[in-house]
Design a protein around this ligand. Structure first.
Ligand code: THU
Length: 157
């Protein structure tokens, strides 16, 4: 028997001002996108912004449904749209922001397990890491460089 350890690494920023202007723009885009989420059931709005290698930013938000499991997270709406429209571009970064209006939260959110698995797939496909910025509507930001830091044991075929 052997007990093994795996390390993950993450960076924290006290505010958006510590980031370069491109990443600031990406985060702001995710925060803005959260405002347009369709989340009548949970009232928890999530925004996502994907930065592609052609410098385009794709934004999306969570889309819920009266048949609850049919809804989809903001991250997957954004990633699937990006991949369907720009299959040859690489995904450089993803920013997400949580927003539980009317009680706006400053707490940062991290992607759910399903979205982590989807991110892992695109990383494998493009053979390049994706930077993931996790935020609330303001305040502290967390960043990981690569999905291994959020999903150390991804499912692979
Ligand atoms: N949600 C996301 O959009 N992304 C996540 O990573 C976690 C959860 C959405 C799903 C649902 O519409 C609402 O947040 C509450 O779970």
């Amino acid at each position: 028997m052997e007990i093994n350890k795996k390390e993950i690494q993450y960076t924290t920023y006290q505010s958006i001002d510590e980031l370069d202007i491109n990443m600031q723009a990406l985060i702001e885009a995710s925060r803005q996108a959260s405002e347009q989420a369709y989340a009548p059931y949970s009232k928890f709005k999530v925004g996502a912004a994907v930065l592609l290698s052609n410098d385009k930013i794709i934004t999306a938000n969570n889309q819920e449904n009266a048949s609850y499991p049919e809804g989809l997270c903001a991250e997957r709406v954004a990633l699937f749209y990006a991949s369907s429209q720009y299959p040859k571009e690489k995904i450089r970064a993803l920013a997400i922001a949580g927003n539980s209006n009317p009680h706006t939260t400053d707490n940062l959110i991290t992607p759910c397990g399903g979205c982590r698995q989807v991110l892992a797939e695109y990383e494998s496909k493009q053979q390049e890491k994706i930077k993931i910025f996790m935020t609330g509507m303001k305040g502290k930001i967390m960043m990981v460089d690569g999905i291994d830091n959020l999903l150390p044991f991804r499912f692979e075929l």
